[in-house]
Each structure stands twice: as C-alpha cells, then as structure tokens.
Design a protein around this ligand. Structure first.
Ligand SMILES: NC(=O)c1ccc[n+]([C@@H]2O[C@H](COP(=O)([O-])OP(=O)(O)OC[C@H]3O[C@@H](n4cnc5c(N)ncnc54)[C@H](O)[C@@H]3O)[C@@H](O)[C@H]2O)c1
Length: 378
C-alpha cells in the first residue's frame, strides 16, 4: 500500500505504528514522520485523520475498534477478522463512532474488475450467468510464522486468499450470495493448513461462480496472464522457486526471521522493474449472455459474436496499483459517498469464506442466510 499512499494526491503519510523497532526505524528513515510502538499511541495522536491497518490479522478487530474510539477513519486489510462476530463488533464500533471503515485492499478494487462490473451493470453484454476464477500461486511456500500455517489462527488460503476471490465475484455481481460448497486440500503435512480449494457459489438470482485456488507452487496462473504478476509487473516463469528457497530455513524460527526480513522492515517498499500493468487475481472469466469477459494486463478482453476486442483501462500510476481502495475511502470521508466495501460488506465476505471452510469440513452445501444486506449493492 505504501507506494499508492505516497503517490495519492489526497494522502499525506505522517506516522506509523509497529512493535518492531527495525520497521519503525526504516519508516522514519524512508518517509520521515512519527512512529509509535502501539496502535493505541498512534490512534491517540491528534495529528492523524485516518489509519491504514495492516497488522497481522489477529489484531485487526482490536485495531479497528481502537481507531474508531479515537475518531479515526480506517482501511483494514483482508481478512477483515477471523470470526463474523469480530467483524460485526468492528462494524458496530465504526458506525457508532461515526467513522468510515473500508475493508480492503482486495482484488475487487482492481481497475479491471471495476470495468467488468460497469460493463455488466450497463446491460451491454446481456445478463450475467457464470464466473470462473482460477488462481495458482506459491502462497503456501512463502516464508511464514507458525500461526500462519494454522487455520484456527487465520492461517492458510481460506482466510488469506479466498476473500480476494469472493470479493471479485461479489463486486461484479453486486447482489447477495445464497449458498456455498467447497472441497479443500491440506496436501503438505509440514504446512498443515488449507493450501487448495475448489468451490461453487450461487447468488440468490441463480448466477453461479466457480472458484479454484492452489497455493502449492507448482503451476502458476500468471502463465495465463502474459506473465504479468498479481501486482502488475512483468515477471519470468519461476515454477517451484518458493519451495526451493524455503529449503534455506532449517527451523520454523529461522523461517519466521526470513519472513520479517522479506517484509517492509527488511527490504522497504517494492521497487518494480519493467512496464507497469494492472494488478490481477489469476484467470477470471465472466460469462454473460452476449459475451465472455476477462481481465487482461491492461484492461478487459471482450469475446463476443464479432470476435475479441480489448478495452483499455487508464494506466496504473504505482506498483502495485492500490488507488481503488484509497479513492473509495477518500470519497466516503470527504463526499459522504457510502463505500461499497464497508464493514457490512466485509461481514458478508468473511461469512462466505467461513461457510466455505465449514462446507469442506462437513461435506455439504452451506446456505448463506445471514446476509447483512439482502438487496443488491449497486
Ligand atoms: N491485500 C493484499 O493483497 C495483502 C497482501 C499482503 C498482506 N495483506 C494483509 O496485511 C496484513 C499484514 O500482512 P503482512 O504480510 O505485511 O504481515 P506481517 O506479519 O509482515 O506484519 C506486518 C507488520 O505488522 C507488524 N505488527 C505485528 N504486530 C503488530 C501490532 N500488534 N500492531 C501493529 N503492527 C504489528 C509487524 O512487525 C510487521 O511489520 C495481513 O492481515 C495480511 O493478510 C494483504
């Protein structure tokens, strides 16, 4: 998020909180401003209007409520929290303190997804019938702390990656989900959390979405996206690289140290090389009556009766381009425009992710009856 925050015309980055002194020192050296060891101290500062919460997920609920109590607007990273109850408490806290809460960044903010949403909503490509999203990554083999490999503590793809897929389909469709069915895979006993899932979801109007994710670092769906990375830069194929690099760590403690070294405290912000494109989330096909749509590196491909053509999205300014979440947040604060990804939206996303986990465990379809807003979001 930092490159997008730094480049955004409506944002001034003034402070940060992190318990890790190395992260604080790097922030001060790279960006100036004040740093704090705790979220409480940061949120108590009168010089701050809004916070972006990217602490590990087990802290999201407490951090959002701390921000809200102190009158700070907040963007909270995905996953919003680990239980629906926590998500509700966060939303209630933001609403009762009169602050804006936006749940993101998630793939539904990507400019190409917004283009598809608008195209579908315009009716130009006929009614929406089906969505397919296929994502194969190295997710499970990036350096992790032990809790990130424990589902009960929010580890694995069900809390970390599936919310992106759910956000995509929900943004494009715009209405409530009705049911969820999933089969999950825990295929590596040394990393005992869900690393794969295939699922079928249905919206109340009958539209279906099939989602498949594998974080097992063998195939890579960027192959289907002209070798442009999820963040939006050109990359070279590197099948199995994350697995090979992980062999350098002899113990979980070494791996956890490697995790910190690979993050902001160790490396600072990402510096892209090569041409910048839009962020994406695997292969997505959106089937409407008159056309199939799919995000391309620079826009949206429309496959219709006349062949295929590409609609180009305005070019990305930063890598990775996360302007969408900042714009939605800013508009909500300044213009009072209700954000799409508010707390109630976030509750429904997490309810669906947790339902998919339950479905896989109980081998049955889970009805999604607790929708926060039983009407269309458009
Ligand atoms: N939207 C996306 O695509 C995306 C990508 C990566 C991470 N994330 C989310 O962002 C969050 C952070 O992920 P990460 O990979 O940077 O994790 P991380 O574990 O590296 O943590 C980020 C920072 O939080 C600090 N931290 C630890 N405890 C804290 C606390 N109590 N208060 C404040 N800071 C604390 C750490 O020292 C670290 O510098 C996660 O919830 C993750 O799911 C989202």
């Amino acid at each position: 998020m930092l490159p997008s925050l730094l480049a955004h015309p409506h944002v001034r980055l003034t402070a940060a909180a992190d318990p890790n002194p190395e992260a604080r020192a790097r922030f001060e050296a790279d960006f100036g401003g004040t740093t704090y060891a705790t979220a409480e101290e940061l949120c108590a500062s009168p010089g701050i209007d809004a916070v972006y919460i990217a602490s590990p997920h087990q802290f999201h609920a407490a951090d959002v409520m701390t921000a809200a109590r102190n009158g700070k607007h907040a963007i909270v990273e995905k996953p919003m929290a680990l239980t629906v109850e926590e998500c509700r408490a966060m939303t209630d806290s933001a609403e009762s303190n009169g602050v804006v809460l936006v749940v993101g960044h998630s793939a539904g903010f990507n400019p190409t997804i917004k283009m598809i949403r608008e195209l579908v909503a315009s009716g130009e490509v006929g009614p929406l019938h089906m969505m397919t999203n296929l994502v194969y990554t190295s997710f499970l083999y990036r350096p992790r702390r032990p809790e990130e490999l424990d589902t009960a503590q929010g580890g694995g793809i069900m809390f970390n990656q599936i919310p992106h897929q759910l956000d995509l389909i929900r943004v494009i469709h715009g209405g409530p989900l009705q049911s969820a069915y999933a089969v999950t895979g825990v295929w590596d006993k040394t990393r005992p959390t869900e690393g794969a899932m295939t699922a079928l979801l249905q919206f109340t109007d009958g539209v279906a979405a099939s989602l498949t994710y594998s974080g097992y670092d063998h195939f890579d769906t960027d192959e289907f996206h002209d070798w442009v990375s999820e963040g939006g830069v050109e990359k070279k194929p590197a099948y199995g690289k994350a697995r090979r690099e992980l062999r350098a760590f002899a113990t979980p403690a070494e791996e956890a140290r490697g995790r910190t070294a690979s993050g902001f405290a160790g490396r600072g912000i990402a510096k892209p090389s090569g041409r910048m494109h839009h962020p994406h989330f695997g292969l997505l096909l959106v089937s409407c009556e008159k056309a199939d749509l799919r995000p391309s590196p620079d826009g949206v491909l429309v496959y219709d009766d006349d062949g295929v053509h590409e609609l180009i999205a305005p070019p990305a300014r930063t890598y990775p381009n996360k302007d969408g979440v900042i714009d939605e947040f800013y508009d909500a604060i300044v213009s009072g425009e209700p954000p799409l990804h508010d707390g109630r939206w976030g509750i429904d996303t997490m309810a669906a992710a947790i339902a998919l986990l339950q479905s896989a465990r109980e081998r049955r379809i889970i009805p999604l009856t607790n929708e926060e807003r039983p009407h269309a979001y458009r």
